[in-house]
Design a protein around this ligand. Structure first.
Ligand code: PGA
Length: 249
């Protein structure tokens, strides 16, 4: 049985530290039962949120991490800075790829840095609308797995440290989620490529992300091969996030 995982990616929300602590405190009351539940607050809120939710089982993730451990990288956060605070980090989110020019090689280096410092990784990948329309989805997903996950140290990137999030870019924040069938199909291709790398593909948690809501979560929870959700907008509403967690329990 693969570990199920539902994580809220707060992105650049909420706008005050007080609101972040309040949101985290409410989410910390959600009972995930056997599944892992996580939140990814903005960097500036990580320590306060971690402190505020105390002994809760909710995992705190960073939204991104740099590949270097220190140095002249204005605005960036290094893995050792968050290692004592966060359980892991998201890497490769399409908004970071878009805004910071991250390519597969850079995302691989970020994931490697996080893993080297004992952090778990949620590795995001997914095709754009233009790529899907051009029939390139399969090639894009396979390339992202090969070039982003392929270089990782197999001893460190294990099913307990590395989860993958299939996030079609056209479904993120658009209200137009993929269908469960599209998610299942993409996840199968991702696992197939992982297998080609020699990884125990069937053991890795693969989540779906992109306009997951309380209303459609059950479809994804029932979709073959989908082990969880990476949730943006709906993760800012504790009741709705709780409903998504409940769907995957
Ligand atoms: P969304 O974002 O749920 O708001 O579409 C998902 C994500 O970017 O992880």
């Amino acid at each position: 049985m693969r570990q199920r995982l539902v994580v809220g990616n707060w992105k650049m929300n909420p706008s005050t530290l007080e609101a972040a602590v309040d949101l985290a405190t409410r989410i910390a009351r959600i009972d995930g039962g056997p599944i892992d539940v996580g939140i990814a607050p903005p960097h500036v809120a990580l320590a306060r949120v971690r402190e505020a939710i105390g002994g809760s089982a909710v995992l705190v993730y960073a939204q991104d991490v740099h590949w270097e451990t220190e140095g002249a990288f204005t605005g960036q956060i290094a893995a050792p800075m968050i290692a004592g605070i966060a359980a892991g980090s998201i890497v490769g989110h399409s908004e970071v790829r878009r805004d910071q020019g991250d390519d597969d090689a850079r995302v691989a280096r970020k994931a490697a840095a996080a893993l080297a410092h004992g952090l778990r990784v949620i590795f995001c990948l997914g095709e754009s609308l233009a790529q899907r329309r051009a029939g390139e989805t399969d090639a894009v997903l396979r390339r992202q797995v090969r070039d982003g996950i392929g270089p990782l140290d197999r001893e460190r990137a294990t099913p307990s440290t590395l989860a993958i999030a299939y996030e079609p870019i056209w479904a993120i924040g658009t209200g137009e989620a993929a269908t469960a069938a599209q998610a299942t199909d993409a996840v199968a291709r991702i696992r197939d490529e992982l297998g080609r790398l020699g990884a125990a593909a069937g053991a890795f948690t693969v989540m779906y992300g992109g306009s997951v809501t309380g209303a459609n979560a059950a479809e994804f929870a029932a979709a073959e091969g989908v082990d969880g959700a990476l949730v943006g907008g709906a993760s800012l509403k504790p009741e709705e996030f709780a409903a998504i967690v409940a769907a995957f329990r």
